[in-house]
Design a protein around this ligand. Structure first.
Ligand SMILES: [Zn+2]
Length: 254
């Protein structure tokens, strides 16, 4: 793996860490919320996975992306939690037109996106106040096929390379989406490394099933979680087992 550093631009001291996982497949890690974004380079387009919690974090991510490529950008949001989509406007200003997501993610952002500003006031005061450049909500305009209640899959052509977007149904949220390319998969918050999974608006049984299904996909060797370090299949299986145990204990307990 190759580590590179991009400077934090307008916010000195802020550095996004770039980890080249495979040729042209990068994790871009920013400090706030320990977020991992992703970048996949094709010959004609680059795909950016998750945009941060507002314009400050999004600019850190964009600067890292632009240190890697000048290609036109397409964006994916892995789910409708604030740290994964509130930076979309920065990428729209940078020329991105297609914002992919689970259908339920777009609906959730439409319905609850403004409310989620209240979670980011410390690190993203402009976003919280909805004041200043690039603080508008950008709702994903390209969706996985189907209703979103069943597994679904689509391909996004980047030129000589495609990313596969897929969902397993309700899990961490009711609108999770994974992005696979080569033997790497960006899992959003379905997989959490270095912190306990957040159950706030989750579907624990569906989540355990989704993790088992994800681990069963033999083609993937590197799993990049929404937060924390990339992990291997065994970690995903272990998280699935822990979740099953917790569910069983809760169901069978006194
Ligand atoms: Zn989340």
């Amino acid at each position: 793996m190759v580590a590179r550093i991009a400077s934090g631009g307008r916010y000195p001291g802020r550095v996004a860490r770039i980890n080249e996982i495979r040729d042209g497949v990068f994790a871009v890690s920013t400090d706030n919320w320990r977020l991992n974004s992703g970048v996949v380079l094709g010959s004609r387009r680059a795909l950016v996975i998750d945009t941060g919690a507002g314009p400050r974090q999004a600019r850190e991510i964009l600067e890292a992306v632009r240190s890697l490529t000048g290609l036109p950008l397409t964006v994916v949001n892995t789910h409708a939690h604030y740290d994964h989509f509130l930076g979309n406007a920065v990428f729209q200003r940078a020329g991105a037109e297609d914002f992919w997501a689970h259908r339920g993610c777009a609906a959730a952002i439409q319905a609850h996106g403004d409310f989620q500003r209240s979670f980011v006031g410390t690190h993203e005061p402009e976003m919280a106040a909805a004041e200043g450049p690039d603080t508008r909500l950008v709702v994903p305009n390209r969706h996985l096929p189907g209703t979103g209640r069943r597994p679904a899959l689509t391909r996004v052509d980047l030129g000589e390379r495609a990313a596969v977007l897929f969902s397993f149904g309700p899990g961490h949220t009711d609108n999770d989406l994974c992005v696979g390319v080569d033997d790497v998969v960006f899992t959003g918050d379905l997989v959490e490394q270095g912190a306990d999974p957040s159950f706030d608006d989750s579907y624990p049984r569906g989540w355990a099933t989704a993790l088992e299904s994800l681990a069963a996909l033999d083609r993937y060797q590197v799993f990049v979680p929404g937060h924390g370090n990339p992990v291997e299949r065994g970690f995903v299986l272990q998280q699935a087992r822990l979740m099953r145990t917790a569910i069983d204990r809760t169901a069978c307990g006194p």
